[in-house]
Design a protein around this ligand. Structure first.
Ligand code: ATP
Length: 318
């Protein structure tokens, strides 16, 4: 092994190879291979039931794969899951806290439940690291959604995990609080903590260092947002004007048109065959009062494309 190889491997927080999971006769995760670096925020996107949570849990030793192998934080995901669990912080969607206890008291309660050493120190450190120190005496019940999420994050950071699992952490939280929450995640990542996060929010996906898109248990794409958009090589046009719904219906199924999606006042039309798409658009819109421009394909265009394609590919298998 070369020095570069070992340096790269040392940087990996997670490295799984062809892991599979069935629940009954349902093949929920199929031959999934993935690597996550230390200090990386890795986002999992995909429709409901596509296997995001199952994948994340297997990658961290919380669930045993039926086959495949892998390591997490340097430990074997099958044989050393106890070692991994001690180093992982898991924030579920349903974090519960005591409304009539303060932030500090809630954290102290969690620390007691886990019989943590140096409890007081752990609570003060979590308060400080998550920007909660000035609000430590506030009752949890009186906190806004965003601060409650931050309390949940502080609770799963108490034991100083090296890896965080966040399952749709900001569902139902307003955009400003979401942004603040993500600022916190980036601060933690900058300290070397790796983060696996499942989300349905496009703004969150764009804040991840890397992304994976799953459908029916299969990893369809992975990489940075830029890499994922580039890999699909879609050509996209935005069309502005009246009667865009009718235009959308007219365009569907035409040569070169793979997808039409309404985006606010614009209709986005995408296709793999750039020349054919442009020709169809020019012919169809000729003589109409419409403005049309070629635009960069967005991550959202690509995810809609992937979702529709996966529906066609896996019809009947779900
Ligand atoms: N413990 C279980 N027993 C049986 N089936 C399960 C179990 N956990 C998950 N499943 C099934 O496995 C599939 C994948 O579920 P999973 O929760 O991993 O998907 P997901 O992508 O995280 O979904 P969502 O976006 O809705 O959270 C679903 O069909 C789900 O019903």
């Amino acid at each position: 092994m070369t020095t570069t190889d070992s340096a790269t491997i040392n940087e990996l927080a997670i490295d799984v190879d062809r892991i599979n999971k069935h629940f009954g006769d349902k093949h929920v995760v199929r031959d999934l291979s993935l690597q996550v670096r230390r200090g990386e925020i890795f986002g999992f996107m995909g429709p409901n039931g596509s296997g995001k949570t199952t994948t994340i849990r297997m990658m961290c030793g919380l669930l045993t794969p039926d086959s495949g192998r892998g390591s997490c934080l340097g430990f074997d995901i099958i044989k050393q899951s106890d070692q991994i669990k001690r180093r992982v912080g898991y924030m579920t969607q349903r974090f519960s806290y005591w409304d009539d206890l303060s932030i500090r008291e809630n954290l102290d309660f969690v620390a007691r439940v886990y019989e943590m050493d140096k409890r007081k120190e752990a609570v003060e450190r979590a308060l400080h690291n998550l920007g909660l120190a000035s609000r430590a005496k506030q009752l949890a019940g009186a906190l806004s959604g965003g601060w409650k999420q931050r309390l949940a994050l502080a609770a799963c950071m108490l034991h100083q995990p090296q890896l965080l699992l966040l399952d749709e952490p900001t569902a139902g939280v307003d955009p400003t609080a979401r942004r603040d929450f993500w600022e916190e995640l980036h601060l933690l990542a900058a300290q070397g903590i790796s983060v696996l996060v499942s989300t349905h929010y496009m703004d969150e996906a764009e804040r991840c260092h890397k992304l994976a898109y799953l459908a029916y248990g299969q990893l369809l794409v992975q990489g940075t947002a830029v890499e994922i958009v580039a890999a699909q090589a879609l050509s996209t046009w935005a069309i502005y004007g009246n009667n865009l719904v009718a235009l959308s219906q007219q365009l569907r199924g035409q040569p070169g048109v793979d997808q039409t999606v309404a985006f606010g006042t614009a209709l986005h039309v995408c296709g793999k065959d750039a020349a054919q798409l442009e020709q169809t658009l020019r012919q169809t819109t000729e003589g109409q009062q419409l403005r049309m421009e070629a635009i960069d394909t967005s991550l959202e265009d690509v995810f809609i494309y992937l979702m529709n394609r996966s529906k066609d590919n896996f019809e009947g298998q779900a």
